[in-house]
Design a protein around this ligand. Structure first.
Ligand code: PGA
Length: 260
């Protein structure tokens, strides 16, 4: 039995491929052609998070497809003298449905704070983009038993900033130690964190729908089904395995088959 506060949460799974700084015009076309002919997006929701320079190309390649697309970051600013930045309005104009905010690589290599991540989430919502808010602990934080405190702090900043729009978010739990390392959180470890995040979101949502919570960190064709079978794992944010059509399609297939 699901607790009563979970009844309203959207149980259609979402699998989002995070290409990171990979791709080329030719490689993108080949990958998306394979995903389209493999039927991605006909069951669960499927998205690709692509480098901003390719959004226009991806928009035209996916025009006749149920696969949606996302950017990997956006500016917290609206418009103006911010060299190198990309605004929410620009992403919206190129048909983005979603945008990643607060990915651990942004937090780590670009010193993005909880406050900046929260401002970005707010800016995305203002432009009708769904922010996929990434949270996750480092190995040192896990070893110090701080996992729950860290992810709750990261999420609280966003909840505080977006106010009544919490139900319009997607959250991705990505333990930093599992990203790109081949070391995945066990289904039980993922579920334990997702349950905490779900309760935090439910408390903030009141009677509105509770957002989906994706797992990310070395999700692959072999481990996806077990992770997606957890009651609070509503999908995946897939890095490395999203660059290979067969692997990504296998993960999408596992989501299509998983029973909420
Ligand atoms: P990974 O990356 O699947 O390669 O671990 C996931 C992510 O960083 O979104």
């Amino acid at each position: 039995m699901r607790p009563i506060w979970m009844e309203g949460h959207d149980v259609k799974k979402l699998i989002a491929g995070n290409w990171k700084m990979n791709g080329s015009v030719a490689a993108n076309r080949a990958l998306l052609d394979a995903l389209k002919s493999g039927g991605a997006g006909s069951g669960c929701d499927v998205a690709v998070c692509v480098p901003a320079v390719y959004l226009s190309q991806v928009q035209s390649l996916l025009a006749d497809s149920p696969i949606t697309w996302a950017a990997q970051d956006l500016s917290a600013q609206e418009v103006g003298a911010y060299t190198g930045e990309v605004s929410g309005a620009m992403l919206k104009e190129l048909g983005c449905r979603w945008v990643l905010v607060g990915h651990s690589e942004r937090r780590q290599y670009h010193a993005e704070s909880d406050a900046l991540v929260a401002a970005k989430a707010q800016r995305a919502l203002a432009h009708g983009l769904t922010p996929i808010v990434c949270v996750g602990e480092t190995l040192a934080e896990r070893d110090a038993d701080q996992t729950m405190a860290v992810v709750k702090r990261q999420l609280a900043a966003v909840i505080h900033a977006v106010g009544h729009c919490v139900s319009e978010l997607v959250v991705a739990y990505e333990p930093v130690w599992a990203i790109g390392t081949g070391r995945t959180a066990s289904p039980e470890q993922a579920q334990a964190v997702h349950a905490v995040l779900r309760a935090q979101l439910a408390a903030a949502c009141g009677s509105s729908r509770v957002p989906r919570i994706l797992y990310g960190g070395s999700m692959n064709a072999a481990n996806a089904a077990d992770l997606l079978a957890q009651p609070d794992v509503d999908g995946g944010l897939v890095g490395g395995a999203s660059l290979k059509a067969a692997d990504f399609l296998a993960i999408v297939g596992a989501a299509d088959r998983s029973i909420p």
